[in-house]
Design a binder for this molecule. Structure first.
Ligand code: FES
Length: 348
């Protein structure tokens, strides 16, 4: 008699009860289906074959790991090889990836084959039982705990108890120190841009200061603050916050009162940085005054305070208050009133 047969006899929900239970009540526990022995359960030669297959897979995994280590030694970092159909690739990356992949795959495949062919596949049914401990067990645990506390003399030695509590309370502080590795604090950087009162608006295409007459109805102009040059070390970081989008709208078409007050003769300046995840906005629909972010199609109405009318952006585009200086050039009348770009902390 095989071990499978022995375990079946011991089961209360065995297939013997299957037919009877269904006949008596359609809702009765049908029990487990009959167990079907696998070829490896009845044929020792098949079992040996499976064993050899599993061993082979584990051996290949070991060889692949050795190959992984050897790849480090054999291939120079800059060695490039041609592999069809991928093309030119780094020999080190290719060999490391292949050998590690084979090593991990063979361990997984070996384990799966072992479990499916050689480990017992007999299913057992076990009744649920209460998880809660009995009152006697609970009482014993509490008594053991009290005994332990008494034997440790923690109550009689407050010095040890207090210093231990202090030590345990302080250990997590080391985790706080590690936060420093996340980099410097952003401080107020996210709240401010390079714009300030009196800075002229510079056309990003011509690099010339903008006059009101340069901005015609229907055009879309991009601007940067005076003093910011492309060869500046921090140009990319700065323009990612400073970039402006300038359009001219007939003043009677501007629906938002603050927008009108912050404009100059219908010329309005808004941040070019989308408030969803920060893509630069570049598509302007002159009839409707809608601008569209190409990344996820957020659409803003520039005639209505750059309100979001479609898409995932959560906030309107911030507006820059502008005017004209004594020389007739457009200038900023301050910084943005709110952070530009993607929303954070619901905009402080
Ligand atoms: S970044 Fe503009 S819609 Fe997503």
């Amino acid at each position: 008699m095989s071990s499978n047969e022995i375990s079946h006899e011991n089961l209360p929900h065995e297939q013997g009860a299957h037919g009877t239970a269904v006949a008596e009540s359609p809702f009765a526990d049908p029990g487990l289906p009959p167990h079907k022995p696998r070829i490896q359960d009845i044929d020792e030669r098949a079992a040996k074959r499976s064993e050899r297959t599993v061993a082979l897979l584990f051996t290949i995994s070991m060889l692949a790991t050795i190959g992984f280590i050897a790849s480090f030694v054999i291939f120079p970092v800059d060695k490039i090889v041609y592999v069809w159909p991928i093309g030119h690739v780094s020999a080190t990356n290719l060999s490391l990836g292949l050998t590690l992949g084979v090593a991990l795959f063979c361990i997984g495949a070996g384990a799966v084959h072992w479990a499916r062919t050689l480990m017992s596949d007999t299913e057992f049914a076990d009744d649920r039982h209460a998880i809660e401990a009995t009152p006697e067990v609970k009482a014993k645990v509490m008594a053991d705990f009290a005994d332990g506390a008494r034997e440790s003399a923690i109550g009689r030695r407050p010095l040890i108890r207090n210093t231990m509590l202090g030590a345990m309370a302080m250990v997590p502080l080391s985790g706080i120190v590690l936060l420093r590795e996340l980099g410097p604090l952003p401080e107020k950087k996210l709240f401010h841009t390079s714009w300030s009162r009196g800075k002229q608006l510079i056309n990003m295409n011509t690099n010339e200061p903008l006059r009101p007459e340069d901005v015609v109805v229907g055009s879309l102009t991009f601007a940067k603050p005076e003093g910011l040059e492309e060869d500046d070390e921090n140009f990319n970081n700065k323009i990612a916050k400073d970039a402006l989008m300038i359009v001219r709208i007939a003043p009677q078409d501007i629906k938002d009162r603050r927008e009108l007050e912050w404009s100059h003769q219908g010329i309005v300046a808004f941040s070019k940085i989308c408030t969803h995840v920060g893509c630069p906005i570049s598509l302007y629909e002159q009839q409707t005054h809608h601008v569209l972010c190409p990344c996820h199609q957020s659409t803003f109405d520039l005639s209505d305070g750059a309100r979001v009318i479609f898409g995932p952006a959560g906030h309107p585009l911030p507006q820059l208050r502008i005017g004209v200086n004594d020389e007739g050039y457009l200038e900023a009348l301050g910084d943005f009133a709110e952070p530009v770009g993607p929303a954070f902390w619901e905009r402080g």
